[in-house]
Design a protein around this ligand. Structure first.
Ligand code: UDP
Ligand code: MN
Length: 250
């Protein structure tokens, strides 16, 4: 039977959250054998996400963990200062290890962001993953795309501007891991205290070496996922009305 795609996705409260979740759900609804593991960055599961999931029509698991204060990106911080969604992805991994069985459950684990853009073709590709598979990511790293460079069917280096010497110079959206590998390596997780750009490597180093990677998307020549970022909506008038004691209907 078709292996299940387990998509672990951190998500956090902000004005665009429901819009993002709606957009994603309407992509994921088209993917067969899909299990959405949402992990809220919060002290408890919110009513908004709870009711959204109840009616989204997708198989899901709803978890939460609050990022420790010291590691939380501040409003004024540049976004590269601290890695985001780390503890949330680790809680997702922990859930897989506690609920799935090495012998009977067949699947592929993918780490989704709630603001990226996913082609349906990406999921067809990643479902074949035996160990760790990789592919290009669009609109990332200050470039039109980053990608693994493939020679004679093997990944030999990374096409990226920022530190190409990193062990796995690849965005979170650019790889998937066979469930078996996750379950066989219970120590493998994301490191909260990493240098900029080393988060992906902190997990992958536990699992695989570069020459074992499985290049997908036509030997990493096609972009099937984009690291899009949603503009923060302006709330000038909304805030004005709050000041005047006339806030909008909550
Ligand atoms: N995220 C989170 N807590 C935060 C900030 C982000 O859980 O305080 C989540 C976010 O919802 C997304 C993932 O972590 O799913 C990556 O964050 P973001 O998209 O802001 O990072 P970027 O794309 O800028 O690297
Ligand atoms: Mn993002």
């Amino acid at each position: 039977s078709l292996p299940t795609i387990y998509a672990i996705m951190p998500t956090h409260t902000r004005h665009v959250q429901k819009a993002e979740l709606t957009r994603l759900a309407q992509t994921f609804l088209h993917v067969k054998n899909f299990h959405w593991i949402l992990v809220e960055d919060s002290h408890s599961r919110t009513d908004l996400v709870t009711s959204f999931l109840a009616s989204c029509g997708i198989k899901y698991t709803h978890l939460n963990i609050k990022t420790p204060e010291d590691y939380q990106l501040k409003e004024t911080d540049p976004n590269w200062l601290k890695p985001r969604g780390v503890e949330q992805r680790n809680v997702g991994l922990q859930w897989l290890r506690e609920h799935l069985d090495e012998d009977s459950d067949k699947g592929v684990v993918y780490f989704a962001d709630d603001d990226n853009t996913y082609s349906l073709q990406l999921f067809d590709e990643m479902r074949q993953t035996r160990g760790v598979s990789v592919w290009p990511v669009g609109l990332v790293g200050g470039m039109r795309f980053e990608r693994p460079v493939v020679e004679h069917g093997r990944v030999v280096r990374w096409y990226t501007y920022w530190r190409p010497e990193r062990p796995f110079a690849i965005d979170m959206a650019g790889f998937a891991v066979n469930l078996q590998l996750i379950l066989e390596n219970p120590q493998a997780k994301f490191e909260l205290r990493v240098r900029r750009g080393y988060l992906e490597s902190s997990l992958l180093e536990h699992l695989i070496t570069m020459d074992e990677l499985e290049p997908l998307a036509d030997n990493c020549t096609k972009v099937l996922v984009w690291h899009t970022r949603t503009e923060k909506p302006k709330m000038k008038q909304e805030n004005q009305l709050i000041q005047l004691g006339r806030p909008s209907d909550p």
